[in-house]
Structures are given as C-alpha cells and as structure tokens.
Write a protein that binds this ligand. Structure first.
Ligand code: AMP
Ligand code: ZN
Ligand code: FE
Ligand code: FE
Length: 292
C-alpha cells in the first residue's frame, strides 16, 4: 500500500489540474493520495470525482499558512469541514493576504530592474485560488529572467531577498484547535525543514499535541536522515502519528516526484481513526476519504 499525503494542484501553486493529479497518482503506483493545496479546498470536488473514476484512494486536505514565534509554519489538515465558520473566516484572511501582497512584490522587483506585471503573473497562476511566490517565479521563468523556481527564490523571493514581502498567516496553536473544531486532524508539515527546526522543538510539539495536533510529517525532502530519525523518536515519545509525502507541485517543480516519500499504512490507519474521533466530537459534517 503506497500512500502520499501531501500534494498540490493548480488551485494553489502546483501545475496539474486536481483530476490530472489523480491520474498521475495511478501512473506513480500510488494507492492513496491526499490533495493539500495551500489554504483552500476548492480542488476537492474535481479530485474526488477523478479518484472515484480511476479507482484510486483520495484524502481531502489542505496546507494552512501559519505562524509560530515569528516564523512561518505549514499545517496540513485532513478530513475537515472547510465551511466551519471560524476556519472559513481565517482562510479568507490568509487568501486575501496572498492577493494583497502581489502589487508590492512586483514594485520591489521593479526597484531591482525586473519588470513583470500582474497580467504576467495571472497568465501563469491561471485557476489558482491561492496565489503565491511560486507564481511570481513562474512569471520570471516565462520572461526569461531566471531558469527555474529555485533560482527565482534564491535571487528575489526568499526571505531576505529584495522582492520578499510578508503576508498574513494564522496563529499555529489556534489553527490546530480550529482544525479540531472543524472535525479534522492536523499534521505539522516539514516541521524541521527550511529553518523551522529551532522553533519547533520537542516541547513545542508536546504543547501542540495538547492543543489537538495528531501528527508530524517525518519523511519529506526538506529533512535529512538525521532529522528524520530524531523526529521519528520525538513522534514516538509524544504519541504523534508519523507521515511521509512528496509535496509534489507538478512535473519538474522542486524535483520531487509523486510517491518519493510515503506514509506507512499503519500510521495512516491511526490518522483515519483520529479523524473519525475528531469528526464525531466536533458535530461537524466532514468529508469522507475515498478508500481503494
Ligand atoms: P508562498 O506560499 O507565496 O509563501 O510561497 C511559499 C511556497 O513556495 C512554498 O509552499 C513552496 O511551495 C514554494 N517554495 C518555497 N521555497 C522555494 C524554493 N527555494 N524553490 C522553489 N519553491 C519554493
Ligand atoms: Zn507550495
Ligand atoms: Fe509547505
Ligand atoms: Fe506543500
């Protein structure tokens, strides 16, 4: 059983339509795939319909932009009711913050002599509900300014680079509680990747567990083997579910093919059991997974 619990479609910064992504899952030999676009559930219906047609398992999820101790943290949330009012309101703030950032980003780029327009970005972001820096990066690629997304981040878009602009993100602890309120389960995405290691230590993860956190993503390309084995140990000690995933963004993006990391079926069963418990405790109407 091969399970990949973190992927993106063109409804955020991935490049495949949600249905196409389900087709890719079949080709990659996956049995179950979660769609976890940034801050939105808009791809769920198309993904579910395609998954049912193709006979592949599907888990609706999202990757929510949060902040802890002044740093960005991504929280994966699964099998939650996206219409739970406090959550819907919070996601609206995050999505509006994404949109509001774009003009400033483009102004900063112009200050360093790079001229791209909102239309240039719109041409590459297409149907995205959640726009982001990767779309600006794609526009820079299309204009021939950089070779790929990585170069765009390194030269212009990463924190500390000239076109970086901060945006709104939700408080991590509050969001963990909110996902539980929405009848779902939460898993911290790549907790020790991209500089977040110092902020999310064992004590913080223990506190998040108290707030309702279900798991941590252990097998992810941003974690080296030392980080993975230490994180596995921490998760086992705290009783957190351990997941693994590709964080796929489309062919050729960040070079991490679907299924490059996967979730152990036993851990997945624990995640599903926690989701069932959360759904009934919340009283919300939550989406069911499609199981193969
Ligand atoms: P944003 O959502 O606008 O804050 O952009 C962050 C997203 O950009 C992350 O979720 C990744 O998908 C992507 N990303 C972050 N760093 C890089 C990088 N160095 N190269 C390519 N993509 C990146
Ligand atoms: Zn992304
Ligand atoms: Fe992420
Ligand atoms: Fe992601």
């Amino acid at each position: 059983m091969r399970i990949d619990l973190h992927t993106h479609s063109d409804r955020s910064d991935g490049t495949d339509k949600p249905g196409e992504l389900m087709g890719r899952a079949v080709v990659a030999g996956l049995d179950i795939i979660a769609l976890t676009d940034h801050d939105t559930a808009v791809g769920w219906d198309d993904a579910r319909a395609a998954a049912v047609d193709l006979g592949v398992g599907f888990v609706p999820g999202m990757e929510i932009s949060c902040t802890y101790g002044g740093r960005g943290v991504h929280l994966l949330a699964y099998l939650l009711d996206p219409g739970y009012p406090p959550l819907a309101e919070e996601l609206r703030l995050v999505l509006d913050g994404r949109t509001a950032r774009l003009p400033t980003t483009l102004e900063r780029l112009r200050e360093v002599g790079v001229d791209i327009t909102e239309d240039d970005v719109g041409a590459v972001s297409g149907p995205a509900e959640a726009t982001g820096r990767p779309h600006v990066a794609d526009a820079l690629v299309a204009k021939g300014v950089v070779r790929d997304r990585s170069e765009a981040f390194d030269r212009f878009l990463s924190k500390g680079r000239p076109a970086y602009v901060d945006r709104y993100a939700s408080d991590l602890v509050e969001m963990v509680r909110m996902v539980a309120g929405a009848g779902g389960v939460s898993v911290v995405a790549h907790p020790w990747g991209r500089h977040s290691r110092r902020s999310l230590d064992t004590d913080v993860l223990a506190a998040l567990k108290e707030a309702g956190l279900t798991g941590v993503e252990v097998d992810h390309q941003d974690h080296d083997s030392t980080a993975r084995s230490e994180l596995r140990h921490v998760a086992a000690t705290l009783g957190l579910v351990q997941t693994g995933s590709s964080d796929f963004h489309g062919e050729g993006k960040l070079d991490c093919p679907l299924g490059v990391n996967t979730t152990d079926p036993e851990q997945f069963e624990k995640l599903l059991a926690a989701a069932e418990k959360s759904a009934s405790a919340s009283g919300r109407e939550t989406p069911l997974p499609v199981l193969p």
